[in-house]
Design a binder for this molecule. Structure first.
Ligand SMILES: N[C@@H](CCC(=O)N[C@@H](CS)C(=O)NCC(=O)O)C(=O)O
Length: 228
């Protein structure tokens, strides 16, 4: 088994699905977390200047959340066996990642992060026009996130119901990586507005089942406590 180092900020964010899969597979790795004010130091060493990044055996660095998640799912048996089921598992995971992606962009932007352009200037340094553009962009990102959530959640609730009445996992009686995606991608959205999720009882019960998986439950109890 390779020696793994996972690079990400000191938050759950996009890296949490990877941490959860490592925990569910009982695979050891180095969880390298850094603060936003350290990002300048790390960014240049990340292949696409974004994180998460998975480094193997202190050498090769692999970017992109979903590529890393699929690799871990293949290596540690969180994929179903046949090709059609793999495709189903993939589209479910991708749907939850759409929510995560739009949420993260909105969340970081509204908190004033990653707004520096190529010249190192904040976009608000461009005068009033820039300021207006920024607040419109805030609204746009929030609208986009809510729009994605409202489109995907009913679809996922129906998709879950199609196997075993939706009372087990997405693919049947075994937890797969798409189930863990359902847990991780909805963590902040759910914490911020629980009422919004009462329309999706099967997905909420699925999240409870994921959290009750013995290894996941141990992980959830011991993990770093962060706001995102
Ligand atoms: N397509 C990439 C996007 C990764 C991404 O945008 N990560 C953010 C943190 S959540 C980042 O590295 N931001 C740093 C920056 O924009 O400078 C993925 O899915 O992994």
């Amino acid at each position: 088994m390779p020696n793994y180092t996972l690079y990400y900020f000191n938050g759950r964010g996009r890296a949490e699905i990877l941490r959860m899969m490592f925990a569910a597979a009982a695979v050891k790795y180095m969880d390298k977390r850094f603060e936003f004010n350290e990002w300048d130091k790390y960014r240049k060493d990340m292949p696409s200047m974004r994180v998460p990044v998975l480094e193997m055996d202190g050498g090769m660095k692999m970017p992109e959340t979903m590529a890393i998640a699929r690799y871990l799912a293949r290596e540690y048996n969180f994929y179903p066996k046949n090709s059609m089921d793999m495709m189903r598992c993939d589209y479910i995971a991708d749907c939850f990642y759409e929510i995560m992606h739009d949420y993260m962009r909105y969340y970081h932007w509204k908190n004033g992060r990653f707004r520096f352009g190529e010249n190192g200037m904040m976009s608000s340094d461009n005068g009033n026009e820039g300021g207006n553009m920024e607040s419109n962009y805030d609204n746009y990102l929030q609208w986009r996130y809510m729009n994605t959530l409202n489109r995907i959640m009913p679809f996922m609730e129906r998709t879950l119901s199609m196997r075993n009445g939706g009372g087990q996992f997405f693919m049947g009686d075994q937890m797969m990586w798409c189930d863990m995606m359902c847990y991780c991608c909805l963590e902040n959205p759910y914490t911020e507005n629980q009422a919004m999720f009462s329309k999706f009882p099967k997905l909420m019960s699925l999240r409870t089942r994921v959290a009750a998986h013995p290894k996941v439950s141990a992980y959830l109890k011991s993990r770093c406590n962060t706001t995102w």
